[in-house]
Design a protein around this ligand. Sequence first.
Ligand code: KG4
Ligand code: ZN
Length: 386
Amino acid sequence: MRPAYILGIESSCDETAAAVVRSGEQLISNVVASQIATHQPYGGVVPELASREHLRAIVPVVRQALADAKQTYESVEAIAVTQGPGLAGALLVGISYAKALAFALDKPLIAVNHLEGHIHAVLLEERQKGNHALQFPLLALVVSGGHTHLYLATQNGNTWTYENIGHTRDDAAGEAFDKIAKLLGLGYPGGPVIDRLAPHGDPKAVKFPPAQIKHADRRGRHDGRTIDPADDRPRFDFSYSGIKTGMLRYVETHNMRAAVEARHKALAAIPKPSLRDYLAHCDQLTLDLIASFQRALVDDLVGKTLAAVEACDVATLFVTGGVAANQELRQTFEPPGAEQGLPVYFPSRPLSTDNAAMIAAAAFPKFLAADFAALDLSAEAGLRLR
Ligand code: KG4
Ligand code: ZN
């Protein structure tokens, strides 16, 4: 079979990205324009600004991805784009541009779920390494700024299906990292900063009670199916409100407010703070708190995921999404994975956070199945994966 070069476009949040992937298994180019600098002063993503930045970046980013891949608009086989979930206005920029390209070039348009993209980032890299023999059942922990979801993935020819067996009841794990970083005056995004600071603190210094989820999920199953009262399948849900409240209370009771404010001001005045800058503005109490927070969150993610592995007799585990870049998370999964003989796969760091290579990779089986989108495709901010 002739290799298929697929152009992927991703604009669901604060990264404008384009990539070319060959036949779902070879990354040819990968361009990501980050908007972090735009959103940093606001301490989080501002949707209107995100859409405007996507508009500015989309054409040059796609052009660069094609040039890096030594491809042209005409030579690619199909255009793949993120349909959702994400910010509606941001998604629309990528979708409108992808539709225009598909229409003008008379190429197939492929709609991809962003979460399926994160899962296929791992598949892409494993195939690239020559690992084509993944064992099923396959469990994927998708853990990012917008999602903390556990999916059982099944492959039937070119059709992939996903069953959600756990999700967050409140914040996503990445969101918790970002909010805690903000609470401690560390700026945005919080995950990478906390990741680097945590090894300098004592993770046992502050104890957080484990997340308790007592009530049934009133929002229903996250794969869109209604709850069947006879459905007693175990669920592996996450919650971060307890740990956030614990952190807030700790900051209040230890009178840390003034120090936080001073740190925030000092760090905001440094264009790109280095680890040394962060350390110079953090006392040991703060570093211990950071380390303890990260340990509690990682232990919870790993504990629930391994419980799901056991309950569902899982043969392969994927951990993917922005938070999968976290050093402690990666290290904590390793020993129990090895003990249980469970292969645990992470994407490389550049493919952990949002990118378009994962979108082009996830599109390949759809391309083979001729599962194409119509030109009236529209953004679905709350698109579910199933
Ligand atoms: O996958 P992603 O780029 O975007 C979403 O789909 O949300 O994930 C971004 C999230 C942010 O919340 C960021 O703080 C978090 O991933 N993140 C990390 C790390 N790098 C990014 N969290 C913990 N440790 C990291 N090294
Ligand atoms: Zn993402």
